[in-house]
Design a protein. Structure first.
Length: 438
């Protein structure tokens, strides 16, 4: 597992961040080894097949103008799918269904808002692309909405859209700047992927292997070996062996970084993770084929038939995600599952007799740390360079000043890969080894 000429850059973690970082590094001509503790790479981006249905872990959407999509294009990885517009969807408010206002026609006809509220929503939507989101990084979403939006139902609707685009249900702490930036990105559209997010995982895995990367599964890292206080020389594995390294990228969550590095306290100092409870359901057919989208306005609920836009189910079948956005201190058990089942009853009455498979995930982590106003928005997240080390770096959806969700994972992976490459070059210069950096 070690190079005969010089040690590789070692990446701990084979999720999206780890695979993106590996691709960046091998494209520069450097040896790289990816160590994944699970039996397969992909992390939370894996897709599971059951009876011909393709289950992502909860609802996933790829932002068409986001960093991950641009990264895939740069690597020559093509993904396809459908673009949700919300057209024909429902807004759930006080136990009733209303037309979801997604465009001019639906805004004019919805019974959710009165005339004054419709005018204000149109004004906000028109102004949104030009808003300086970064100026509101240290302001909470609640504070920003109170200052800029007059009508409570319009504020409710905007909170709903923020929940859908960021998965975050914490307006009293969430950074308004980060929320607005994600809304602006969402205006450029998202994709539900044919074949699920496993298509991204497989694309990244194949391109990395083709370029010479080594990917080793079932290899949990437990610690580091160091030449001195600043330089890591190897990654220790649970089986007692060590993998030599000229630089290391830990592409994992705060808990893993703390445990492996032995030098950080991210898990105890970062904001709470963002979580949802999700009921993912495969039906042999849809009782109500036209009722495919619904968002809770006064409740943090989400309903979407992703297979209506992407190839995720056999012919006539349907793959549905029904989710609740959890507050940081909220726990979801059987009572939340029943709440999601009642939403299924409302949107697809008779669904229980057509179930082919179902998965309930009561506490699915979406991202490892909320982007809060108190921490300064995106710019307040930890940097990829991990002090006090010279050649240890981190990547993940909680790292770096760019992007959110999978876009943050891709952006921080690119930054960590660049820094690790530079560190490898410096190490080679000190040792006199020959290393070419493209």
């Amino acid at each position: 597992m070690t190079s005969t000429t010089h040690a590789p850059i070692v990446i701990v973690g084979g999720g999206l961040s780890g695979l993106v970082a590996a691709n960046h590094i091998v494209r520069r001509g450097l040896p790289v080894a990816v160590l994944e503790k699970a039996s397969a790479v992909g992390g939370r981006a894996i897709t599971r097949e059951k009876h011909g249905f393709l289950f992502n872990l909860g609802p996933h959407a790829l932002y068409r103008a986001g960093t991950l999509q641009q990264t895939l294009c740069d690597f020559g990885i093509a993904v396809r799918g459908g673009v949700p517009t919300g057209a024909g969807g429902y807004a759930l408010y006080r136990g009733r269904r209303h037309t979801l206002p997604t465009g001019l026609a639906s805004l004019m006809t919805t019974g959710l808002l009165d005339i004054a509220e419709k005018i204000e929503l149109a004004r906000v939507q028109t102004a949104l692309p030009a808003i300086d989101a970064a100026a509101a990084d240290r302001e909470t979403l609640s504070s920003w909405l109170d200052a800029h939006v007059r009508h409570e139902r319009v504020r409710d609707l905007l909170r709903t859209i923020v929940r859908v685009t960021t998965f975050t249900n914490d307006p009293e702490r969430q950074s308004a700047g980060a929320a607005l930036a994600q809304l602006q990105l969402g205006l450029k559209g998202v994709l539900y992927l044919d074949g699920g997010w496993q298509t991204i995982v497989e694309g990244l895995r194949r391109t990395a292997l083709a370029a010479g990367a080594r990917i080793v599964t079932t290899s949990p890292a437990v610690g580091l070996e160091r030449h001195d206080a600043r330089e890591v020389t190897a990654v220790r594995l649970a089986d007692g062996t060590a993998v030599r390294a000229c630089a290391v990228v830990i592409a994992a969550g705060p808990d893993d970084v703390d445990a492996i590095s032995g030098q950080t306290g991210f898990a105890s100092t970062l904001p709470s993770p963002v979580r949802i409870a999700t009921l993912d359901v495969a039906l042999r057919s849809l009782p109500r084929p036209k009722q495919t989208v619904a968002f809770g306005i006064d409740t943090p609920l989400y309903f979407s038939v992703h297979s209506a836009l992407a190839r995720l189910a056999p012919q006539a079948g349907a793959l549905i995600h029904v989710s609740k956005y959890l507050r940081p201190d909220e726990n979801a058990g059987r009572e939340v599952e029943q709440e999601l089942e009642r939403l299924m009853d409302d949107m697809q009455p008779g669904w229980r007799d057509r179930v082919e498979a179902r998965h309930y995930l009561p506490s699915l982590m979406v991202t490892h740390a909320e982007v809060t106003a108190a921490s300064g928005g995106l710019g307040g997240r930890p940097a990829p360079r991990l002090a006090p080390f010279d050649n240890l770096f981190v990547a993940g959806d909680w790292v770096g000043p760019r992007g959110q969700l999978s876009d943050a994972a891709a952006a921080s992976a690119a930054d960590a890969a660049r820094l690790a490459t530079e560190a490898a070059g410096h190490a080679a210069q000190r040792s006199g080894a020959a290393i070419q950096i493209a």
